[in-house]
Design a binder for this molecule. Structure first.
Ligand SMILES: [Zn+2]
Length: 353
């Protein structure tokens, strides 16, 4: 079967991704079988980036490999380039693992038949980090594609290769966890994770006294900071930012960045007078509400005392029946409650005087 995934660009766009279609992609593909059931992640290992490099992958290939070299390319800025809808030369032989089928009588199969290839434009060396812009787009794009086509297979080339490929150079388990986490926040963050969740974690840790570089990469420094926070807060010390640690960090970080910015702005504007006014107004509100409540309670006590006296007097009169006493008391209490509701109608959020 030679499938052409002509809706690839739409799938990514619908997921909110930035998409550039390399002309001719819908009819571009190698001869041969293409019936993908999963995604294979690569990095290009080169310095090339953006449209020129993507176009070369789509139309020129390499001296030893005919184009297209993948169905999709992903730039460092997180832009998706759609290179081909059909079969591409990216996977070679794939190990028959995790649902991939082998050639008859072999331990490996046709990777290009069974997998859609994504080439991320990245050197994939220690000298080049995976910036969150690119890594997060990778996660989101793979999520959108696998969800749309109903695929559960996500591999890195280094996992399926029978010839010792090493790409991509990020941990695939963490990547798959990030993809599976979907739109809900990741439950636990740990060494090797990357992305905006990790950035938020690093900011929160810094707010508690750590001095981390906020780079969205959960490295040894971040792990050390998590351990220190866990020790200081009586949590299980495992270096993993799980639900308990994240909740404790949130409590430690009551102010949002916006709150801080507003506070700082108001202080640099030397707006102490307004601040005092606001605080004074809030205090007056509390005092007024207290006085109202006190008066209401006093009045209610008086009403109840009066009713108690009346009931005592009525009880002495054998001609009065129990139902009419009950009705009298009920009416008195109703009226007292209405009085309470009226006097307690304090409006919160009134503008400062
Ligand atoms: Zn590869």
């Amino acid at each position: 079967m030679a499938r052409y995934l002509t809706d690839l660009a739409d799938v990514l766009r619908a997921a909110g991704e930035q998409v550039v279609e390399v002309p001719g992609w819908k009819t571009r593909g190698r001869p041969g079988l293409f019936d993908p059931k999963g995604v294979l992640c690569h990095h290009t290992a080169g310095a090339g980036d953006g449209l020129a490099d993507a176009t070369a992958m789509a139309t020129k290939g390499r001296p030893d490999l005919s184009p297209p070299l993948a169905q999709l390319a992903l730039s460092r800025k997180g832009v998706w380039y759609v290179l081909a809808a059909g079969r591409a030369n990216h996977a070679g032989r794939c190990k028959a693992i995790g649902g991939l089928k082998p050639y008859p009588g072999q331990t490996y199969g046709d990777g290009n038949e069974q997998l859609l290839g994504i080439e991320a434009q990245n050197r994939g060396t220690d000298a080049e980090d995976w910036e969150p812009t690119q890594y997060d787009a990778y996660v989101r794009g793979v999520r959108a594609i696998t969800e749309h086509y109903g695929w559960s297979i996500i591999f890195g080339h280094k996992e399926t290769s029978t010839s010792g490929k090493i790409d991509p150079d990020f941990p695939m388990d963490a990547f798959r966890r990030a993809v599976a986490a979907g739109s809900t926040p990741r439950v636990a963050l740990r060494l090797g994770d990357r992305g905006t969740d990790v950035e938020a974690l690093q900011k929160a840790l810094n707010a508690t006294g750590a001095a981390l570089t906020v780079d969205g990469s959960y490295g040894p420094d971040t792990e050390t900071a998590v351990r220190a926070f866990q020790t200081a807060n009586g949590l299980e010390v495992d270096g993993i930012a799980g639900p308990a640690t994240q909740a404790a960090l949130k409590e430690d970080d009551m102010f949002t960045d916006a709150d801080r910015a507003r506070l700082e702005a108001s202080l640099t504007r030397n707006d102490g007078a307004q601040l005092r006014k606001d605080i004074g107004y809030a205090r007056d509100q509390v005092i007024a509400a207290n006085q109202t409540l006190q008066a209401t309670v006093t009045s209610l006590q008086a009403t109840v005392a009066g009713q108690a006296a009346a009931i005592t007097a009525l009880a002495a009169d054998s001609n009065v029946d129990a139902e009419s006493i009950k009705a009298d008391v009920s009416a008195a209490v109703q009226s007292a409650i209405q009085g309470l509701e009226v006097t307690l109608a304090v409006k919160p959020g009134e503008p400062a005087a």
